[in-house]
Design a protein around this ligand. Sequence first.
Ligand SMILES: [Zn+2]
Length: 273
Amino acid sequence: MIVSGKPPGSLENEAPPYADLEREWHVLAARDGLSLATVRCADCERSLLLADIAAPEKPVVAIAAGVHGDEPAASWALLSIVRDGLLDPSFAYRIWPCTNPSGYALGTRANAEGFDVNRSFGGDGTTPEARAIVAANRGCRFALTIDLHEDYEAHGFYCYEPLIGGEAPLGRAVVDAVAGAAFPIQELDDAFELGYPVEAHHVRRLEHGRVLPTPDAEIAFSAALPYSMYLLKNGLAKRSLTLESPRRLAWDDRIAIHRVAVVNALVQLSDVM
Ligand SMILES: [Zn+2]
């Protein structure tokens, strides 16, 4: 594991201020090929960063982080992935660096109004953040969407990969790559809290380090759609990976886990396309 000055198991909010994240993205935007926009949320004094790495003819991968404001290392991992040139240049990218900036600033899972943005993607969106993202993504088509999270209960990495046409060809190798980098993998069973009520256990299958939801069943179960399910339901994304680093690990380890996972997800995507 990467040596860090912060002790493992630390759950204090060690995140730099949101203004620092914004500033770092503006520094990156000066580089060729990355266009940075500020997407205003209607009805509130809030805006979202949106970075596009455009490449006509190439399949587009969407990557988002920070929909839960108390999972800050996900947003900084995404920044580091782009800054260090880890994105496979055979794809174009649409990047949402932090989709819940008010929650980030408060250190809360929910946004400033107390709503879980990742349960607000039904219809045209039921939070200002979701409405802004749905409007900006209209007409987009993604070969894959990747959503970066952190989990407070987990001791190891795990991911969600919805079954599309009965297949989930990406996540197994991602889990193996994270394990290969000497990070722990989460054992998943019915006792592990995944946010599904007991009566919804039929909408997902569990493996070592991977949750395999059936999108139609999950979408039918609740109208309060997560970001990834809105993209799948509306045909905007062909496949989806949601990555979860264990919040109890040190900051640098959580960032390193996301870097390994995203890089290997793109390797797998290249193989199946
Ligand atoms: Zn989360």
